[in-house]
Design a protein around this ligand. Structure first.
Ligand code: NAI
Ligand code: NA
Length: 399
């Protein structure tokens, strides 16, 4: 079929298999261009491996460190006449490239929050790898069915305490407008968001992997967090999602305790704001990102997901002397360039000025849009989008 983008709000309903394959190729080329990661991981489990930071983690481990990877994700396969999700095509392309390079790569498609998928993953590790030495936890989801209580939790993106009004952009039309978001009405919204995006499921994973004996001596595990600028505090770090991130970060000592007798260690890495399927759903954030991209590109320090994660692996998690640099709260920071004072001062200035009329000029909204379409395999010059393409693509080693 001929596959073109079909956009509804911050979602693109279609994905292009050849375009996503090109996206994967580009990311692999980048990782290879940086050379091998010294003392890198060898057997890696990535939970949330099909898009965004998790996908970049899988690519960095495989092509930066020759690692065998098991990827867990929740995606929809293609059917005749109906394209699969971007994460499905990404995983198919990733596995094809990994297998061609002689690397082990298998995938599990299902609900990572469930006991069943955890058990299935453990079985696969036992069968094929024995143990893993790195577990990347990179889930982003609007809901979670709790495996012990059966309660279906839905997360919300709301401020806490007072309403929040600021600028936002519709990144397709480029219209800048004010948005007001009412605060949570009850603590239940906070508790639900923490249940979905906090640290409990990460802890469950590590507990179960540990109990099954599939964590190697000296295992590392990392989950991803975000802080960002003061202007997004009310909706992000001081809002419901921020409470979930506090909870995630607070889980590090709990997991370290679980990992003590396998000499393992857990980290939270605070990453840069980037265009992913998850971040495009957060009000205000796309405008911030498009201004941030402009400033960081001008200064020559812009990074995408693959650049961020390759640097996380090579310069934080796996250093030559084994030292992992942490901030005063014990977190890894690869948002260091985003948070630089000169960058933030410049973004704050542009934020004040931003209007529908000047947006194209003062921001990198064009770069934002391009990254958004790239997520779904569109806008790659190598691909002919007018041509018929086979929409039914299999992930070769799916369980
Ligand atoms: P994403 O939406 O690109 O990736 C989410 C992944 O989770 C996908 O692989 C998806 O298949 C998987 N997933 C979702 N629900 C699942 C389920 N029930 N079972 C199995 N897999 C499931 O998101 P992104 O942006 O890469 O986020 C990953 C982490 O990075 C999140 O913790 C996010 O808060 C964090 N982060 C994101 C930043 C950003 O700007 N995008 C910045 C800093 C941190
Ligand atoms: Na991810």
């Amino acid at each position: 079929m001929i596959i073109q983008p079909r956009v509804r709000g911050f979602i693109c309903l279609t994905s292009h298999p050849e375009g996503t394959a090109q996206h994967i190729k580009n990311q692999i080329e980048y990782v290879k261009s940086k050379g091998k990661i010294a003392n890198g991981p060898k057997k890696v489990l990535v939970i949330g491996a099909s898009t965004g930071f998790g996908l970049a983690s899988r690519i960095s481990a495989a092509f930066g460190s020759d690692a065998a990877t098991i990827g867990v994700f929740f995606e929809k396969p293609a059917a005749p006449g109906k394209p699969g999700t971007a994460g499905w095509y990404n995983s198919a392309a990733f596995e094809n490239e990994a297998h061609a390079a002689g690397l082990y790569a298998k995938s599990i498609n299902g609900d990572a929050f469930s006991d069943e998928v955890k058990a299935k993953t453990i079985e696969l590790i036992k069968q094929d790898l024995g143990q893993v030495d790195l577990v990347v936890y990179s889930l982003a989801s609007p809901r979670r069915t709790h495996p012990k209580t059966g309660v279906a939790h839905a997360s919300v993106l709301k401020p806490i305490g007072q309403p929040f009004t600021d600028k936002t952009v519709d990144f397709h039309s480029g219209v800048v407008s004010d948005i007001s978001i009412n605060p949570v009405e009850s603590d239940e919204d906070i508790a639900n968001t923490v249940a979905v995006m906090g640290g409990e499921d990460w802890k469950f994973w590590i507990e179960e992997l540990k109990a099954a004996g599939v964590l190697a001596d000296g295992v590392k595990t990392v989950a991803y967090s975000y802080i960002g600028p003061e202007l997004t505090y009310p909706i992000y770090r001081n809002g419901t999602i921020g409470r979930a991130k506090d909870d995630l970060e607070g889980t590090v000592p709990v997991i370290n305790d679980i990992l003590k007798d396998v000499n393992g260690i857990s980290y939270v890495s605070v990453n840069k704001a980037l265009v992913t399927q998850s971040s495009s759903a957060i009000p205000v954030v796309p405008l911030y990102i498009s201004l941030l991209y402009k400033v960081m590109k001008e200064k020559g320090i812009h990074e995408g997901t693959i650049e961020q994660i390759q640097r996380l692996f090579a310069e934080r998690l796996y250093t030559a002397d084994g030292q992992v640099a942490l901030d005063e709260k014990g977190r890894i920071r690869v948002d260091d360039l985003e948070m630089r004072e000169d960058i933030q001062a410049e973004v704050a200035k542009l934020w004040e000025q931003a209007t529908t009329e000047n947006l194209e000029e003062i921001s990198d909204i064009a770069g934002y849009r391009n990254d958004f379409f790239n997520l779904f395999g569109f806008n790659f010059p190598e691909v002919n989008y007018e041509a018929d393409t086979n929409e039914v693509v299999n992930v070769p080693s799916i369980e």
